[in-house]
Design a protein around this ligand. Structure first.
Ligand SMILES: Cc1cc2nc3c(=O)[nH]c(=O)nc-3n(C[C@H](O)[C@H](O)[C@H](O)COP(=O)(O)OP(=O)(O)OC[C@H]3O[C@@H](n4cnc5c(N)ncnc54)[C@H](O)[C@@H]3O)c2cc1C
Ligand code: SF4
Ligand code: SF4
Length: 621
């Protein structure tokens, strides 16, 4: 054991050649490709370790979730990068995987007239209703006669990301060349003289405030010439690097969405064929997009995205998801279904706008946290995988040439590969596609269409604001529907009882109560309890912290409470929200759903989201 230069306590230190943060699709692509180059056919090292001479390369990956595959994602994907790695993907035996058989893009009308629709949309809705004898209007929805080419996934597949990740992890581990450790969150990157020298794992045996207990076990330091950061859109290590090294001029990560997903058993007599893909827009609020993918054996994945540009201070995803399922167009398929699993996760919607510095001395960034997600086509898994493959090829090239992992060498080997690839070409086309949503929903939809059809040459201009800068007060948001005094009374009453206010406010504004059936339509609390699928191991500090209690006390619109996917944040007695680690699903929404920017740094808010273990215990998502 030795003492780390940056620690106040004795920490175990181990040496590796490459250490990876997070095991999502990006790192899975990296490790799958890398592991194929590490041994000769006779089992001898093809590339020798620098830290353990004579041994193969020492590669370790740390994942914060309690097992691999406990992430959340759709997924429909064209799988171009995945198929390049696994040409026989369809034969891999992943139970939920099937080819896309039918694709629909559906505009949903509001059957209960509770949503907030801009004038242009209200006029369009009236026209659609008036012309329903001539238009394909069924079940309060219009199936668009064509899906724009840029959105089509006709040659793709649907599957569960969790199942896929478990299968990939087994493939990688069967090579015996790479270690993958779930349940081990990385607390931070170790940085010395502007160089990343490895990572530090989270301390264990501490109380909720981080104070050591009798079983204190300081997090290990792992030193490595290369740290691969693939910790997704809200990863603590990626954000640390952004804070320390900054981001390229003009880049920002201001656009987000929270995706919530249900996995359900459809009724026995479902008419939906495996491979059916339905994308919806227009309801429950115009800004909310929905997805519905049908797997074999009557299993379906479905859910919604609530974006940061939806200017609602009560943008509760769970409640909106239930209204979405109850829309007549979907309910005819869903009635009689049973909930198997659920989850939520943030999607980074800034795309290439949000690209950080991809490399520096001793580190490289891959996946969604590196700006790879295509915000025009709604595709992230394949792109994340592709960045991992590109980095692995670059790393093999550098190792074979005996060149160190400096910023310059990584630029030449990884960044240049990425710039020359289809990924760069397509994310550039997509770069400005969502800017119109900064102005309005209608301009956003038109802008996306223009950008897609013109291959990125035309976009609707719009300057992205930080999420907190665009939020109206509760009183303003409900103006014309609920008198301001009543809004305040409802809010104070709910917060006084320690519960969020969105249910009461939405019902007062015209949204009908949810007819719980105990099967599919279950309360948020019951969803959390479902089969013990949300857990948190003891002995860790709280990973959600309210950094400036005074700001929270003064905050009248506690968006962090309203949006929390796990009801883990509730109104506190002293005006400062309470956090219950055991209920947190690590969706990351609290990071960007705060109404208060810091005067000292408007890109940061009054709450922070750090690395932590636990969360969902399900690989079905
Ligand atoms: C509801 C939903 C539906 C989606 N649908 C689709 C779809 O249909 N098609 C599609 O292509 N894409 C879809 N996406 C997007 C897709 O899921 C992402 O683009 C993709 O998962 C990004 O992969 P990644 O490896 O970069 O990051 P992630 O998948 O986020 O993986 C990062 C990993 O790092 C881990 N991690 C984070 N911090 C730490 C830490 N400090 N220490 C250790 N581990 C850490 C996380 O637990 C996670 O496992 C969807 C996303 C959501 C939320
Ligand atoms: S974290 Fe942000 S949204 Fe939540 S109470 Fe504090 S200031 Fe308000
Ligand atoms: S506390 Fe946990 S579940 Fe709630 S918003 Fe934050 S990350 Fe999501």
């Amino acid at each position: 054991m030795s003492v780390s230069p940056t620690a106040a306590v004795d920490r175990q230190r181990i040496e590796a050649d490459i250490v990876c943060v997070g095991f999502g699709p990006a790192t899975a692509g990296f490790l799958t490709t890398l592991s194929g180059h590490l041994l000769n056919p006779d089992g001898s090292p093809a590339i020798e370790s620098k830290v353990a001479p004579g041994q193969p390369l020492q590669v370790i990956c740390y994942e914060r979730a309690d097992d691999v595959g406990f992430g959340v994602s759709g997924v429909v994907t064209r799988a171009r990068a995945l198929r390049a790695t696994f040409p026989n993907l369809e034969q891999a035996g992943i139970p939920t995987l099937t080819k896309v058989s039918d694709e629909k893009l559906v505009y949903m009308l509001d059957p209960i007239r509770a949503s907030r629709r801009p004038l242009a949309l209200r006029v369009a809705d009236s026209l659609i209703r008036a012309l329903k004898f001539a238009l394909p209007v069924r079940f309060d929805a219009v199936e668009l006669p064509w899906t724009p080419r840029f959105l089509r996934k006709h040659d793709g597949v649907v599957f569960s990301l969790g199942q896929f990740m478990q299968w990939v992890a087994a493939q990688i581990q069967s090579t015996g060349t790479v270690q993958i450790w779930p349940g081990m969150p990385v607390a931070q990157a170790l940085i010395e003289d502007k160089k990343v020298i490895g990572v530090r794992l989270l301390d264990q045996g501490v109380d909720k405030n981080g104070n050591p207990s009798d079983s204190f076990a300081p997090g290990m330091d792992i030193h490595a010439p290369l740290t691969v950061v693939g910790d997704g859109p809200v990863g603590a290590v990626g954000r640390q690097l952004d804070e320390v090294f900054g981001v390229p001029p003009g880049h920002y990560a201001h656009d987000w969405a929270i995706g919530m997903k249900f996995v359900v058993d459809l009724p026995e007599d479902t008419p939906l064929k495996p491979g059916t893909v339905i994308h919806t827009f227009g309801y429950p609020e115009p800004e909310i997009f929905g997805f519905f993918y049908v797997h074999p054996d009557r299993i379906a994945s479905l859910g919604i995205f609530v974006p940061s540009w939806f200017d609602s201070p009560v943008r509760t995803v769970y409640r909106y998801l239930q209204h979405w399922m109850l829309h007549p167009y979907l309910w005819r398929y869903l009635q009689g279904s049973k909930l198997r699993s659920w989850g939520a996760k943030t999607l980074g919607e800034s795309g290439r706008h949000g690209e950080p510095f991809l490399v520096g001395d001793g580190y490289a960034r891959i996946g969604e946290g590196s700006g790879s997600t295509n915000v025009l086509t709604g595709s992230g898994v394949d792109e994340a995988w592709a960045t991992g493959v590109q980095l692995a090829e670059a790393v093999v090239e550098l190792l074979k040439a005996g060149r160190p992992f400096t910023k310059e060498n990584l630029e030449a080997a990884y960044v240049q590969r990425r710039r020359a690839s289809w990924l760069e070409h397509e994310t550039r086309i997509a770069e400005k596609s969502r800017d119109g949503f900064q102005r309005s929903f209608v301009q956003g939809i038109v802008g996306m269409l223009f950008t897609g059809l013109s291959k990125g040459r035309v976009a609707w201009p719009g300057k992205p604001l930080r999420p907190w800068q665009r939020l109206p007060s509760l009183e303003d948001y409900f103006r014309g529907r609920i008198p301001p005094d009543e809004v305040r009374k409802i809010r104070d009453d709910c917060y006084g009882r320690g519960v969020s206010a969105h249910d009461a406010l939405m019902e007062r504004a015209g949204w009908p109560p949810i007819p719980y059936d105990g099967q599919l339509l279950v309360s948020h609390q019951d969803a959390l309890l479902l089969g013990g699928k949300v857990q948190a191991p003891p002995g860790y500090a709280d990973h959600v912290l309210f950094l400036y209690p005074e700001l929270c006390r003064r905050c009248a619109t506690k968006l962090c409470v309203e949006v929390c996917s796990g009801q883990a944040i509730t109104p506190g007695e002293d005006g400062v929200p309470r956090f219950e680690r055991e209920k947190c699903v690590h969706c990351g929404a609290c990071l960007w759903n705060c109404t208060t920017g810091l005067p000292t740094d408007p890109d940061r808010m009054a709450v922070t989201f750090r690395a932590g273990p636990g969360g969902l215990h399900s690989a079905e998502n």
